[in-house]
Ligand binder design. Structure first.
Ligand code: G3P
Ligand code: CA
Length: 370
């Protein structure tokens, strides 16, 4: 049971201002390797996925976008600009907005690109998004297809004997529909081809797009004889995760309803879990922060919370007083008792969970004397 709000606010005040003592709940959250072990190697490369695998998460995440020739490419953005050398290798292929879109390139072209850590261009200089991570343009990394990544994870499951799941995200279905493409259908086809068709397999399917998730739930999966657990990701409206046409213009879809009373009840009709930005689970009060209503509403609707994104080198902004990754995890795992978390550092989360694991009853009960 959750602590009452006053108790929780006292706990959070302690977590945020004083020494940290974790009180991990009885059920450990699912550890989801966010874009692989992306704190250590360029995101979404097969190398980052193999390293993540070795850290024993429960799931490894794949963000998916379509190529021109219909392949699902594992990458975070619909653009290639910020993780590849596309501008140098294919100058002149940007659209009018200056971006190089994955959907304008076929697989043989995409395979020619060199992948690196996320960067921004400052004139002719590259500015690394996370400066202390793997250095820019070192070694040799490539984009990969969804099939290649599934084969890597399933292959490791066979050779190492673990059962690590996949956690694909369909990126911007609205954009793909505008391009005349059906990324949700293609994703389901590949999942089914590789044996992910029911809740018995270790898979979650996520999207920021509520309409597309409802289409998957009500139309696509029944037609394909599939039944996968769906996760509704929750964005701030300003992020522009989904856009809709109004009077001939694209405007940001409003996500406000998801955080209002009744929002999670609507989501529970088609999804099995929610993926909020971690900050959405907190709200400020006079003494510091306390749990936002989202935690309790999710519990009432039976929706597990898989929050994002937990980074050891970049703590979330907006949580005042938070000083360390340990404190962050204590707050979300120990106090808010979230059911899953996306992390760039699966090894550090695993270590935290090991340190705070409660002994099983059998380990604490003395054996009866004979
Ligand atoms: O999908 C959940 C998590 O990955 C956060 O979203 O923007 O990193 O894909 P994003
Ligand atoms: Ca994602």
């Amino acid at each position: 049971m959750l602590p009452n709000p006053l108790f929780l606010s006292l706990c959070l005040a302690l977590v945020l201002t004083g020494p940290v003592t974790a009180t991990a709940g009885p059920v450990e959250p699912l550890v989801i390797a966010h874009r692989g072990a992306s704190g250590y190697l360029p995101e979404h490369t097969l190398e980052a996925k193999a390293l993540a695998y070795g850290m024993r998460p429960d799931f490894i995440e794949q963000d998916l976008v379509l190529s021109k020739d219909g392949h699902l490419i594992v990458m975070h953005d619909i653009y290639l600009d910020e993780v590849t050398d596309v501008a140098e290798r294919f100058p002149g292929r940007a659209r009018q907005d200056g971006h190089f879109y994955t959907i304008d390139f076929n697989l043989p072209e995409l395979k020619q690109l060199r992948v690196t850590e996320a960067f921004r261009r400052r004139g002719d200089q590259f500015e690394q998004k996370y400066p202390d991570r793997f250095p820019l343009w070192k070694s040799s990394f490539q984009l990969s297809t969804f099939e290649e990544e599934i084969e890597l994870i399933q292959g490791l499951n066979q050779s190492l004997g673990y059962d690590i799941g996949i956690y694909p995200e369909i990126k911007k279905p609205w954009f793909h529909h505008r391009e005349g493409r059906d990324i949700a259908l293609r994703t389901l086809q590949v999942l089914k081809q590789y044996g992910y068709h029911s809740r018995k397999q270790k898979v979650f399917l996520q999207s920021f797009d509520p309409e597309e998730l409802q289409r998957i739930d009500r139309e696509l999966m029944p037609k394909m004889d599939m039944d996968l657990p769906l996760v509704q990701l929750m964005a701030e409206t300003s992020w522009g995760e989904k856009q809709v046409e109004r009077n001939g213009f694209l405007v940001n879809y409003s996500y406000d309803w998801m955080q209002e009373a009744g929002g999670l009840q609507r989501i529970s009709r088609y999804a099995d879990a929610i993926g909020p930005w971690a900050v959405m689970l907190l709200q400020k009060n006079n003494d510091g922060v306390q749990a936002s209503p989202l935690r309790q509403r999710a519990k009432e609707q039976g929706l597990p919370i898989h929050a994002f994104t937990f980074r050891a080198d970049t703590l979330p902004q907006g949580i005042e007083g938070l000083k360390s990754f340990e404190a962050l995890l204590t707050l979300f795992v120990g106090e808010l008792a979230i059911e899953g978390l996306f992390t760039d550092h699966p090894d550090k989360v695993r270590a935290f969970l090991r340190r705070h694991r409660q002994p099983a009853a059998s380990e604490t009960t003395p054996a009866p004397s004979s």
